[in-house]
Design a binder for this molecule. Structure first.
Ligand SMILES: [Zn+2]
Length: 296
């Protein structure tokens, strides 16, 4: 599942491709991908709108649009507050298998295209074969998120306070999007390995030194992944996987992409630090990978 780094890389990739583009038509091929927004409302609000920006919040893509202009008012400069009020915001979440990309209209639509925005000579496509992702005009999911782990509000003191309130294993607590928005299963395992902290340690027992280390490794892990992702050519040909979003598993011949992960999905393989076999356990129904020697 795409986490903060993958969504950040995607936002940076898509931003220049859609910015300034006007939506000629919206085709909703799968209503469930819009919940809770209805297709009629979605189409009415977005048709004729122009994409003005794209950013990321947590694991969400946040699209900004200039609504369809009502007459000649667009030519007149308006006070900033009014311009802000009239901005439309659209939320995108990739779920497990969602992909969003721009393709020439001459290319056939993929079978699992859920929503298609006609941008003139190109389509902006949201494709999802397992349909866990969505697009929505309801922004409430991002309002509940905690701070951005790469932002200023995510301080060691904040992390310490958040962990002090929980007896959950640190691995499980870190998946809570109110602690570090956008951090998920893969990068939690990676950050804990780098910090040499056991995923099973109760969150409220971490020492100040451990919290400092964890704070640093969460940020390092995410920054490294963004840096790596920025070097991967995103080729969103229909039906083909790409290395950024579909983490190569052993045997897939995608070693290049999985190499960058130090602990995740490496059960049974030698720890890169001490050669002890990496262990896999299940915590809160999710796989955790760790080195029993380095992360005691
Ligand atoms: Zn080790």
């Amino acid at each position: 599942m795409p986490e903060l780094p993958e969504v950040e890389v995607l936002a940076r990739h898509l931003r220049p491709l859609i910015r300034g583009r006007k939506i000629r038509r919206v085709t909703v091929r799968r209503e469930k991908s819009l919940r809770p927004t209805s297709p009629a409302e979605f189409q009415k609000k977005l048709m004729g709108g122009t994409f003005t920006d794209l950013s990321r919040r947590g694991k969400y893509l946040l699209f900004e649009l200039q609504p369809p202009s009502g007459g000649s008012s667009a030519a007149r400069p308006r006070p900033k507050t009014m311009a802000l009020r009239s901005t439309l915001r659209l939320l995108g979440h990739l779920g497990m298998t969602g992909r969003m990309y721009v393709a020439l209209k001459t290319e056939p639509l993929p079978k699992h295209a859920a929503i298609v925005f006609d941008l003139g000579d190109r389509n902006f496509i949201y494709e999802d074969y397992r349909y866990f992702g969505r697009m929505s005009l309801d922004l409430s999911p991002v309002e509940a998120l905690g701070p951005e782990p790469l932002g200023k509000a995510f301080t060691p003191a904040f992390l310490m306070a958040a962990l002090k309130r929980s007896r959950q294993p640190i691995k499980v607590k870190l998946l809570d999007q109110a602690v570090a928005a956008g951090v998920g299963n893969i990068y939690v395992s990676e950050a804990l390995f780098r910090a040499r902290i056991s995923p099973k340690q109760p969150a409220n027992t971490l020492t100040a030194a451990q919290v400092l280390r964890l704070h640093r490794t969460i940020r390092e892990t995410l920054k490294d992944a963004i840096r790596f992702g920025s070097t991967v050519p995103l080729k969103f040909a229909s039906g083909k996987s790409d290395g950024l979003f579909y983490f190569g598993r052993s045997g897939d011949g995608e070693g290049y992409y999985s190499e960058r992960l130090r602990i995740y999905d490496r059960a049974g393989q030698a720890c890169r630090r001490c050669k002890t076999p990496v262990k896999r356990i299940v915590q809160a129904a999710r796989s955790t990978f760790f080195c029993p020697e380095c992360q005691k």
